[in-house]
Design a protein around this ligand. Structure first.
Ligand SMILES: NC(=O)C1=CN([C@@H]2O[C@H](COP(=O)(O)OP(=O)(O)OC[C@H]3O[C@@H](n4cnc5c(N)ncnc54)[C@H](OP(=O)(O)O)[C@@H]3O)[C@@H](O)[C@H]2O)C=CC1
Ligand SMILES: O=C(CO)COP(=O)(O)O
Length: 381
């Protein structure tokens, strides 16, 4: 049974916050928090990386050329990192999370807030990262939060102005985290749509792989715009089938992140897709990636979750076929992904003209009806 603990509303930066994972995002998030005034400790599993961060205030493997704030400390000891931390941010590859939780569980204090910075779902279980944290740490969801949004690490490390979303079932938890994760170049907004915020970050990776594939093939802006637009419809249909608010998918954690990830060569998912489009096999691409491209591992569990709720995801399906080597990247065809003659999701109607094959349109229709009938929207971002 989950331990029940009251969440303290923190109205000043906490004494100590810690980040687990000193890769590109964990280190960048450490900089965000330190530049916002927090006392930041980074956990790097390799002692030599912890040493470089402490002594040179650099992380040359993941953020070459970036000077880290002098106040950031790093340690390779999980216990030293977590001891006394009021907030524990987790930024390791999604498929590695569960294997770290047994060691972490006894170290997290009963009052600490735990925040997922990750954008994947677990293979095998299909669980979102906050669900894996909830299970593995036996923690109340009120003490959990997730962060997402258009957040390419290197741009933020260069202090380019950026916005993000912090979501928690408990608004006070999201607000406490957002207050700490805000500084002169980074602004965190809050909402309570954890499902939408988390799935937004996962799903945009899959669409970014598709964009990378067509980029690698050499197709131009029409193809990419078609995939982004139809991809957002797929993302929204999927997320709403799992209870997300459509507004979340239209906000920073959905459309915002989709645009950033699909258009940037900094994106690892986009890069992986581009290699596939250039003819490299899935195994070659995995071998060439130096950093985490979450989308590659999330395709299969997302398609399983989609099938369980009857959601059509033709673009994600095609990505899966390219990964499996059963579809030539040149044959990715966003305009051929439906048997309906109606451009789904493109024409608002009153439901009467909503003819067959429009699974992708249905969630928009439901959202429209809800708004028309005075239904409640999400707090959005
Ligand atoms: N980079 C970005 O722009 C953004 C990334 N994210 C998300 O953040 C998460 C982390 O990504 P990111 O920092 O980019 O990834 P990186 O590949 O840059 O870094 C991964 C980090 O996790 C560590 N790690 C790898 N395997 C394990 C393991 N089995 N146990 C413990 N630690 C491990 C690595 O340590 P080591 O160096 O020793 O291998 C490294 O510190 C992902 O879910 C990603 O989607 C979210 C927003 C932006
Ligand atoms: O999540 C990200 C940007 O918001 C980072 O994307 P990549 O993991 O594709 O680099």
């Amino acid at each position: 049974m989950a331990r029940r603990n009251k969440v303290k509303v923190i109205d000043a930066p906490p004494r100590k916050v810690t980040i687990l994972g000193a890769g590109s995002w964990g280190t960048t998030f450490g900089k965000i928090l330190a530049d916002g005034g927090a006392d930041v400790t980074l956990w790097a599993r390799r002692p030599e990386l912890a040493r470089e961060i402490n002594e040179a205030k650099r992380n040359s493997d993941y953020l070459p050329g970036i000077n880290l704030p002098p106040s950031i400390r790093a340690t390779a000891s999980l216990e030293a990192a977590v001891n006394g931390a009021a907030m524990v941010f987790v930024s390791i590859p999604s498929q590695s999370l569960r294997s770290n939780l047994d060691a972490l569980k006894p170290l997290v204090s009963d009052e600490a807030i735990v925040i997922s910075l990750m954008k994947g779902v677990e293979k095998g279980t299909g669980l979102r990262m906050s669900q894996v944290l909830e299970q593995g740490l036996d923690i109340d969801r009120e003490r959990l939060a997730v962060a997402s949004g258009p957040n390419l690490a290197l741009e933020i490390a260069k202090e380019q102005p950026t916005a993000a979303v912090i979501a928690s079932d408990n608004l006070a938890t999201a607000e406490a985290v957002a207050m700490v994760a805000t500084n002169r170049y980074f602004r965190s907004f809050v909402n309570t749509d954890v499902v939408g915020t988390e799935f937004g970050g996962v799903l945009k990776n899959l669409i970014a792989v598709a964009i990378g594939i067509v980029d690698g093939v050499g197709y131009g802006e029409n193809t990419k715009a078609s995939i982004i637009t139809r991809g957002l419809a797929e993302m929204t249909a999927f997320a709403m089938a799992y209870g997300a608010h459509p507004e979340t998918m239209a906000g920073l954690a959905g459309l915002g992140d989709l645009i950033a990830t699909s258009s940037s060569p900094l994106s690892r998912n986009n890069t992986a897709g581009r290699l596939l489009g250039q003819g490299y096999s899935f195994a070659d691409v995995v071998g060439r990636m130096q950093q985490t491209a979450e989308g590659l591992a999330s395709v299969a569990p997302i398609l399983t979750l989609a099938a369980a709720r009857g959601v059509d995801m033709p673009i994600v399906q095609q990505v899966s076929q390219v990964l499996a080597g059963t579809l030539n990247p040149r044959d990715i065809a966003p305009h051929l992904t439906t048997d309906s003659l109606e451009p789904q999701g493109e024409r608002p109607n009153d439901g009467r003209q909503n003819r067959g094959g429009s699974a992708l349109w249905r969630p928009f229709q439901r959202a429209f009806n809800q708004l028309r009938d005075g239904g409640r929207g999400s707090s959005g971002d």
